[in-house]
Structure formats: C-alpha cells, structure tokens
Design a binder for this molecule. Structure first.
Ligand code: TYM
Length: 341
C-alpha cells in the first residue's frame, strides 16, 4: 500500500491556503486510499523567533483543526513531531549527507532570511537546516508520496535527492518520495497582494482567510480582495493575478474548473460574491466540528498519544537501519550485557 506523509507547521493560525492546498486532499483522498501519516511539525515552529506558550497553543489548535477537517484516527495516523524522537535522530544523519550550498539555494530560506534581516533580527541556524529536518520527516516513514502545496515542492525535491544520495553511498535504505500537488489551488494567493502566497506566518491581515474566521469576516475579506484593472473575468495567472486567485479558490471550493467559472461570471462583483459564499460553505462544517472537539480536549490528547505510538513504531526501524548503514556502532543489546556480568 502506498505510504503518504505530510505535515503542517504551527507558526500561525491555519489558513484557507493550508486547507485547499493540502488538508482537504489529506482528508478527502489520502486517508482513504493510502497508509497515511500526518504530523503537526512543532520542531519546525522554532526556526524563527517564537513564543513557547503560543507554540504549544498553536500545536494543540493545529491538531484539533486537522481532526475537524476530517482526518479520522481510525483511518490514518495523526501525531506531534516532537513526540517522536526519530525525526531529530534522522535529521542529524541527513545533515551529514546534505551540503550547505543546497540549503542556501532553498527559496523559502532566501526569502525568510532576507525578511528577518530587514527586521533587524538574527537568522536562526535551524532556518537554514530546516529542509533537512523536513527530509527526515518524510524519509523516516518510507513515504512514497508527499501531498503538499506548490511552495513545498522544492523541499520534497531535496528529500528525493538526499534519499538517492544516501542509498547510493551507504546502501538502499530510503524510499525515494515524490510530491503530489492538488489540481487547483496549489498556491492560494494573499487576497490583498495576489502575487504573494497566502501564508499563515505572515502578519495577520485582511488578505488572509483563517479557517476559524467567522462567516461575516470571510465575506468581508473576499469582497475586499484586490482585483485587477479591466472588467472582464479572465483566467490569466500572469496578467490577472487577483481575479485568477478568486477563480482558483472558487473552483477548489466547488469542485469546478477555473476557466469555465470565468466564462459564467460577468463581473468581478458577482465572482467575489460567489467565492465568498463558497468559502463560507466549505469552512462551515470544519468550524462546527472544531467547536465540538474543543469541548473534548481529552479526545484530541488521546488521538495524539496513540498517533505518536504508531508513528514511533513505523519510523524506528528505518532510522535504525540508516544509523547502521552510515557506520554508527549499534548499542550493545541487553542480553549481551547480562551475559558479560
Ligand atoms: P506549512 O505549514 O507552511 O503548510 C502546510 C501545507 O499547506 C500548504 N500551503 C498552501 N497551499 C496552497 N496555497 C497556500 N497559500 C498554502 N500555504 C500553505 C503547504 O504547501 C503545505 O503542504 N515545511 C512544511 C511542513 C512540513 C512538511 C514536512 C510537509 C514539515 N515537514 C514533511 C510535508 C512533509 C511547511 O512549512 O508547511
């Protein structure tokens, strides 16, 4: 059976981008068709300046929202990254396979490091090495497929490269994974800045729809979305990024096709209205289920405890194999110790 692994970082409140680009596919398709493993990657939440209490809060909220979005612990594994030591264990080994040049070429590193520097902050070393930890997340589970939005494709490519390089040098150890992107909405753009990704770690603003935004807030944000000069509704990513973003969101929410939706909308106003309502309808059941789950925190904790147990059992053998393959001396097993006494 195909093994699928993906993760989400608790660095901010989850957005419509996270949902349409990744979470929805995990719930609607992956957990039914594959042996699927999903992780709140809290270690990744410490690569930029962070507040410990907020990280804990967002980790719990992220897990609750994954379940609210439809992940079913009977069908898939849901857990928190820091509860399973194998991620950090494997990450160091992969740092000994990756090069610093590879890390410095990563788009996200270049962008985020530049932003931190402009703010006068220092750049944490973990921001540079983060894609190696992400590769460890994926390779530890022998994932065949990694369902992600477009912004993570380069990181998955790195995981592939490291898997191939490790296997060539030290013997076959890792499955070589591939990224799978959604048909539409692989990159949902900020409603106020349609040439930038809608990102949860950005400063909160009217251009980001959060999964827990009230319906009226969603409507306001979509109705105020920046559109392009011109009047016709045309699907054209380069020339009409604002309108194209709305068409993609509407298509993702309704299961339609962005080009055909362009043909049936006569004005930007009508497109915005339909998009706003479609988003409200998509978020409605997620928000209702989130409310129920918040009333039962013991359930979420139990899911995460059991998920971590399952995840450890999956990852441990692969990480142990990688340790042996790269030349690390295995610890002496208990019976031998006893015999020596
Ligand atoms: P993160 O937390 O930024 O995003 C989680 C998932 O949501 C997708 N996504 C989007 N898709 C479409 N449009 C958007 N505007 C948008 N914003 C986010 C992301 O592509 C991602 O699929 N490094 C990863 C987390 C991670 C991971 C992993 C993913 C860590 N280890 C192993 C897969 C496998 C990240 O920061 O995602």
């Amino acid at each position: 059976m195909t093994r699928v692994f993906s993760g989400i970082k608790p660095t901010g409140h989850l957005t419509l981008g996270n949902y349409l680009g990744a979470m929805r596919q995990w719930a609607a398709v992956d957990q039914h068709q594959a042996d699927a493993v999903f992780c709140i990657v809290d270690l990744h939440g410490m690569t930029v300046d962070h507040d410990p209490a907020r990280l804990r809060r967002l980790t719990r909220q992220g897990a609750t929202l994954l379940l609210a979005a439809g992940l079913d612990p009977e069908l898939c594994t849901v857990f928190v990254q820091s509860h399973v030591d194998e991620h950090a264990r494997l990450s160091y080994v992969l740092e000994c396979v990756a090069t610093d040049g590879e890390m410095r070429r990563m788009f996200q590193y270049k962008e985020k490091a530049a932003r931190e520097r402009v703010r006068g902050g220092s750049v944490r070393l973990s921001l540079l090495t983060y894609p190696v930890l992400m590769a460890a997340d994926i390779l530890a589970y022998g994932a065949d497929e990694v369902p992600v939005g477009d912004d993570q494709a380069q990181h998955v490519e790195l995981a592939r490269d490291l898997a191939v390089r490790f296997n060539q040098r030290y013997g076959h150890t890792f499955v070589v994974p591939k990224a799978t992107l959604p048909r539409v909405a692989a990159r949902v753009m900020n409603l106020q800045e349609p040439t930038s990704k809608m990102g949860k770690s950005d400063d909160s603003g009217p251009g980001i729809v959060y999964l827990l935004d009230e319906p009226d807030v969603v409507r306001k944000k979509v109705m105020r979305a920046v559109t392009d000069s011109g009047r016709e509704v045309v699907y054209d990513r380069e020339g009409r990024p604002g309108v194209t973003n709305l068409l993609e969101i509407l298509a993702a929410c309704t299961g339609g096709n962005p080009e055909s939706l362009a043909d049936v909308h006569q004005s930007y106003g009508a497109l915005k209205k339909d998009t706003a309502e479609a988003v409200v309808e998509v978020l409605r059941p997620v928000q209702a289920r989130h409310k129920e789950l918040c009333a039962d925190p013991g359930y979420v904790e139990e899911v995460l405890r059991h998920g971590a147990e399952k995840a450890r059992a999956m990852a441990r053998p692969t990480v142990d194999t990688a340790y042996r393959a790269i030349g690390l001396l295995p610890p002496v097993a208990e019976p031998a110790l006893n015999a020596a006494r």
